[in-house]
Write a protein that binds this ligand. Structure first.
Ligand code: VGL
Ligand code: ZN
Length: 235
């Protein structure tokens, strides 16, 4: 049996080869009331003009707005770092942004200062309009630990609480959109799978940073973990 069946029964299997980049890459998918759309880090600093601008970061907004009305449940995440955060290159004399260093929790990519608590860069993009979102989950708020995933901090052990929230609310499948495809979106999708939750990444509603082959690496991990990538949601 195709492994995708564990994840969803309503998918198109007759795809042209060009669409079959992933084992779990499907074209369309139906949404049910227990699905939740997790909109990851659509914040000013990750959009053009921001300090850690993802190329075309603001292009995620339109597809997110198209997907949102299909969902009964929407959660937003917000990267939310204190000044002097571990992930900021400026905290590490002699280091520069996009270098990797070793920390007690493993390798850490150093980033330009971004999404500092209470700054305009940490605000959601002004065109993002999802007033119906039921939870805003802030992550990366501990000064000495980063958190790419919406589920666990980068020690891969400290929960953010989102897993418990989904469980208590009976939300049984996550759809992911936002920034960045190869970092916070990807780690969130992988951790959902780790919790046994089906995870579907909406590709057209994400944009990637793509450093050091990070997109290809993450897509290989998607395959191994059973993350589904869908081009877009059906009409
Ligand atoms: C992110 C790098 C640093 C993300 C957050 O949202 O993907 N990337 N902090
Ligand atoms: Zn960050």
């Amino acid at each position: 049996m195709c492994a995708s069946r564990e994840v969803n029964d309503h998918y198109a299997i007759t795809l042209p080869e060009s669409h079959r980049r992933f084992w779990h890459h499907v074209k369309e998918m139906e949404i049910n009331p227990h699905d939740v759309l997790v909109v990851v880090d659509v914040q000013n600093d990750f959009c053009p003009g921001g300090t850690l601008a993802v190329p075309h970061g603001d292009r995620v907004i339109e597809p997110i707005h198209r997907a949102a009305p299909k969902f009964r449940h929407i959660v937003l995440t917000q990267d939310w770092h204190p000044k002097g955060h571990l992930s900021f290159a400026a905290r590490h004399p002699g280091r520069t942004a996009f270098e990797s260093i070793e920390t007690v929790h493993g390798p850490q990519i150093l980033w330009p200062e971004h999404c500092v608590q209470g700054t305009s860069g940490a605000e959601f993009h002004p065109l993002l309009r999802l007033p119906q979102a039921e939870l805003i989950l802030r992550k990366g708020h501990g000064i000495d630990m980063d958190s790419y995933s919406a589920f666990f901090e980068n020690d891969h052990a400290t929960p953010t609480g989102l897993g418990g929230y989904l469980r208590e609310r009976g939300l049984t499948r996550v759809f992911l959109a936002g920034l960045a495809y190869d970092f916070c979106v990807a780690y969130s999708a992988l951790d959902a799978r780790r919790l046994g939750v089906p995870a579907v990444v909406i590709r057209e509603a994400c944009q990637a940073i793509d450093i050091d082959g990070s997109v290809a690496k993450m897509e290989e991990r998607f395959r191994q973990a059973g993350v589904t990538v869908v081009d877009r949601l059906g009409d």
